[in-house]
Design a protein around this ligand. Structure first.
Ligand SMILES: Cc1cc2nc3c(=O)[nH]c(=O)nc-3n(C[C@H](O)[C@H](O)[C@H](O)COP(=O)(O)OP(=O)(O)OC[C@H]3O[C@@H](n4cnc5c(N)ncnc54)[C@H](O)[C@@H]3O)c2cc1C
Length: 415
């Protein structure tokens, strides 16, 4: 009998145990001004049969947690059902963005500089650049301008000021924006592969079921017979497949977004840095990233347009989503409204019902962690999120951030 992946995983049971604590050691040193040097990465080490931590999912969050754990002397194996940098993962886009303002949300904004340093450090030793620093403009309606500007510790610029600074953009009276110079454009999939190479880890193509515990040895058993002291499920939207009784799609869902790259005319530098910043248009709910490496201006709507199954959905964009992007361009970047599409893609993101991350233990299993969610921001912040996740794995006493806790996702206290 053949079982599909979902049947196989949900047919296996989960068990659990205690926690371990290790001291953290220093991570990266201060960074950004370092000259970038090309360096050949050393080969990945062959996996051990028993490891401190097995990580399930080699997207941005799994890869960065692995990187931090390796830096702190842990033995790590990392698995992915579809392989490293696979086309179904949320982390597979070509370009990702790190927003330093984070809509004025202090919890995430406080992680942005740390994350940028992490990407910059990786970039410094990579053969090709991994991060390109950029400035960011957050467009705001009159009703939220004062509160978000105060939360972001910045002052809101009026439409008049914005028209003078950014002649390629339209701004209506009553609109505002705040500028922040601490953003970054990150080389998406390539950045994940580089993170893993820097940690000297090779991803194993293994589909991991729910935790199976060897009670005698107090270890978790891996599908190939190996064992691990800790498990981290960083499997994005697939968390609902692995733990269907605990996390339902109503709480954590895979949602579709469609993005388009619009090509400016030959030699037109108005849409490249430094003339054009990244634009997070909260007022209309769209983001545009400046043209990097000639790939065109990347535009996407903040609002997902469908709930999907990340295994089976067809990653093709459609005309309706394109029309919505063109309509926004007509209102904000009018010279691009009829520009050709250079590239387009449908992709999925993983969204908790609050929009927050999930970073918590599996109930009654102190050494089994779940890390997922953080829609629209998890990639850029991954170096800082991964660091926090590694802290938890190495320090059993560290308190979980209440907004990222399982009860805050499921709405109930689980013992
Ligand atoms: C259109 C669009 C634009 C976006 N733009 C940005 C942006 O500019 N900046 C930003 O920060 N974020 C952005 N995001 C969000 C970002 O893509 C995600 O938040 C991030 O990539 C999630 O990473 P992850 O590691 O949690 O999940 P994923 O990248 O989905 O990785 C999960 C991995 O787990 C593997 N897996 C699942 N189940 C198993 C199993 N049982 N065994 C083994 N492996 C398994 C999967 O194969 C997959 O590779 C965007 C999202 C979309 C859709």
């Amino acid at each position: 009998m053949t079982l599909d992946r979902r049947q196989w995983m949900t047919g296996l049971s989960a068990l659990g145990i205690t926690a371990a604590a290790h001291a953290a050691s220093p991570l990266w040193a201060a960074t950004s001004s370092k000259k970038r040097e090309s360096r050949k990465r050393r080969d990945a080490k062959s996996p051990d049969t028993h490891v401190d931590v097995a990580i399930i999912g080699a997207g941005a969050l799994g890869a960065w947690t692995a990187w931090h754990l390796v830096r702190r002397g842990q033995n790590v194996r990392i698995f992915d059902a579809y392989g490293a940098g696979n086309g179904r993962a949320a982390s597979n886009l070509q370009t990702m963005f790190l927003d330093p303002t984070q809509g004025g949300d202090a919890l995430y904004a406080s992680m942005a500089q740390r994350a940028l340093d992490g990407w910059q450090n990786l970039s410094n030793s990579a053969s090709l650049p991994i991060v390109t620093p950029c400035s960011v403009l957050t467009g705001l309606g009159a009703s939220e301008a004062a509160t978000i500007a105060a939360a972001a510790n910045s002052s809101a610029q009026s439409a008049d000021m914005l028209r003078r600074s950014y002649p390629q953009m339209l701004w209506q009276d009553g609109e505002y924006a705040i500028a922040n110079s601490g953003g970054g454009m990150i080389a998406g999939r390539r950045a994940i592969l580089e993170t893993l190479a820097d940690a000297r880890l090779s991803v194993e193509d293994i589909v991991m079921p729910a935790p199976l515990q060897d009670k005698r040895q107090q270890r978790y058993t891996l599908p190939d017979g190996g064992t691990a002291t800790h498990l981290l499920y960083a499997c994005g939207a697939w968390l609902t497949e692995v733990f269907p009784q605990l996390i339902t799609p109503a709480k954590l869902s895979a949602v579709r977004h469609q993005l388009f790259h619009f090509g400016a005319g030959q030699g037109d530098v108005q849409y490249r840095m430094p003339a054009m910043p990244a634009v997070v248009d909260r007022h209309f709910g769209f983001t545009a990233l400046p043209d990097l490496e000639g790939r065109g201006v990347r535009v996407w709507s903040h609002r997902p347009d469908a709930s999907i199954d990340p295994d089976s959905f067809d990653r093709r964009s459609d005309d309706r989503a394109l029309a919505a992007c063109r309509q926004w361009l007509a209102a904000r970047l009018p010279r691009l409204a009829n520009a050709p599409v250079v590239n387009s893609q449908a992709a999925h993101d993983c969204r908790t019902n609050s929009g927050d991350l999930l970073m918590d233990r599996f109930p009654n299993h102190n050494r089994v962690w779940m890390l997922s969610g953080g829609a629209g921001r998890a990639f850029g912040l991954a170096p800082a999120i991964g660091e926090r996740m590694a802290d938890h794995i190495l320090d059993a006493n560290r308190a979980v951030e209440p907004r990222w806790s399982l009860p805050s996702l499921t709405g109930s206290i689980i013992s």
